[in-house]
Design a protein around this ligand. Structure first.
Ligand SMILES: Nc1nc2c(ncn2[C@@H]2O[C@H](COP(=O)(O)OP(=O)(O)OP(=O)(O)O)[C@@H](O)[C@H]2O)c(=O)[nH]1
Ligand SMILES: [Mg+2]
Length: 444
């Protein structure tokens, strides 16, 4: 959507609130240059910092600092932008803001700089979101992933896939429009092959986006299991502090205890919960209800059981919608060494044996294998758009297989491409069509 020129000029403090060595005020809009010149005289050459003194309306000095100007469209927002670097005093920044407003600028709404960058086609939606995610990143991995999204990794992947869905749709529609052709190219298997290839690419992108969302939002893990299995011991071991009370009395933990830990470089919020059992104790029963709630709200469940106890039945609902790792604890009591098994790991928390196996297991279960770790950051919105696209593509493919219906397939392909287009917000499928048509001569 280029060319949506904003008529007013906005200003905002760009550095965090509080005192600091340097504070930056940023302006964007058609009057940016003029407003700043009223405060501090002629601008330095574009993209070169110049030292200036800033004056308020009555000619009083506010502070001296650097002025840095960027001319449209080569700026963050695509408009004329000026940065004023002063000392990082809240008072100075406040006086500067007031002087800017008196001279014709308006205080920006939250996100308005990024919004203008989007409207001027300097950023797409996923990139604008990545800026916020980068600023809020809680781990180095999350920051790197957000940076890749900001560089366009997610948008590009989604837009490319949308373009290929649209190409296939054009092909299918052409087949429908010219039914007299010698070959029935819906029936010859080519279209089905292309659908399946697109399904595989979409599934791959979904997996990456899922991992990206977990990195971005942080991963919530619930520790669940029978009383006395060692759940609180696990929380303490992973957080490396005595956060939870550990005793050999079953039913020790009642409240949900939350600790943030790092496992395999991932920021994880761990919730220790009450041991699951039926009980007459009102307090413990409430603890059990809360434990079950945590289990359903988690991204991953650690199901802790005691190796020396008779095998216990999985809690109701385990693994239905949330992946889990079974942790068979206390292997020291049965003289076993740590290992991985199909459902998870076998270890001894008290003796600190096998905890490193758990880290690998976590990555596997979350689909974060080393190579594609944090390819890009993603949000729930992106994951949902991909899910919508996948269900349209699946439905279209199923229609083609069942009834050979090209019409229904074409419609589902259009809906799938539209869903993907929502990620970058850059192109509607009609625009995409235009772009694709302009690249080849149809009607020959
Ligand atoms: N032998 C052995 N004992 C362990 C191990 N891990 C924990 N324990 C002991 O098992 C008992 C129960 O541990 P907790 O961590 O309190 O168990 P919990 O699952 O939180 O129990 P509740 O809060 O009552 O549900 C304590 O006496 C621990 O010292 C282990 O690896 N080996
Ligand atoms: Mg406990």
């Amino acid at each position: 959507m280029p060319g949506m020129i904003a008529s007013d000029t906005i200003c905002a403090i760009a550095t965090p609130s509080g005192r600091g060595g340097v504070g930056i005020v940023r302006l964007s809009g058609p009057d940016s240059f003029a407003v700043v010149e009223r405060l501090s005289g002629p601008l330095p050459p574009l993209r070169q910092a110049g030292l200036r003194t800033f004056h308020d309306g009555s000619g009083e000095n506010i502070d001296s600092g650097l002025v840095l100007a960027f001319q449209a469209p080569a700026s963050f927002t695509g408009e004329d932008v000026v940065e004023l670097h002063t000392h990082g005093s809240p008072m100075v920044l406040d006086m500067l803001m007031r002087a800017l407003v008196q001279n014709g600028a308006r205080r920006a709404r939250p996100g308005e700089f990024s919004e203008r960058a989007f409207l001027n086609d300097r950023l797409d939606l996923a990139q604008a979101e990545a800026i916020a995610d980068l600023i809020n990143a809680s781990s180095a991995q999350a920051a790197r992933a957000a940076h890749r999204s900001l560089a366009g990794a997610l948008s590009t992947a989604a837009d490319e896939l949308a373009a290929d869905l649209t190409r296939l749709r054009v092909w299918v529609e052409a087949a429908l429009d010219f039914p007299d052709e010698d070959v029935d190219f819906l029936a010859d298997g080519q279209v089905l092959n292309r659908c399946q290839a697109l399904q595989a690419r979409l599934a791959d992108l979904q997996k990456k986006a899922h991992g990206g969302r977990l990195l971005n939002d942080g991963i919530r893990v619930a520790i669940i299991g029978p009383p006395n299995a060692g759940k609180s011991s696990l929380l303490n071991a992973l957080s490396q502090r005595e956060a939870a009370i550990v005793t050999d009395i079953p039913g020790t933990t009642r409240d949900v205890l939350i600790e943030t830990v790092s496992i395999a470089g991932l920021a994880i919020t761990l919730a220790d919960t009450a041991g699951l059992r039926t009980t007459d104790d009102q307090v413990e029963a409430e603890g059990v209800r809360r434990a079950e709630r945590e289990m359903h709200a988690a991204d991953l469940v650690f199901w802790v059981v005691d190796a020396s106890a008779p095998p216990s039945r999985p809690p109701d609902g385990l693994g239905e919608s949330v992946p889990f790792i079974r942790i068979v604890n206390k292997i020291d009591l049965i003289a076993e060494s740590p290992s991985r098994d199909e459902q998870g790991v076998r270890l001894s928390i008290r003796n600190g044996l096998g905890l490193e196996l758990l880290a690998d297991c976590v990555r596997d279960r979350l689909g974060l294998d080393g190579e594609q770790e944090g390819e890009f950051s993603a949000r729930a919105r992106h994951v949902e758009a991909l899910e919508r696209a996948a269900s349209h593509l699946d439905r279209g493919t199923a229609e083609l297989e069942a009834s050979g219906s090209g019409e229904l397939l074409a419609e589902e392909l259009r809906l799938a491409a539209d869903s993907l287009g929502d990620i970058s917000g850059r192109m509607s499928s009609d625009e995409l069509l235009g772009e694709i048509f302009s690249s080849f001569c149809i009607g020959k």
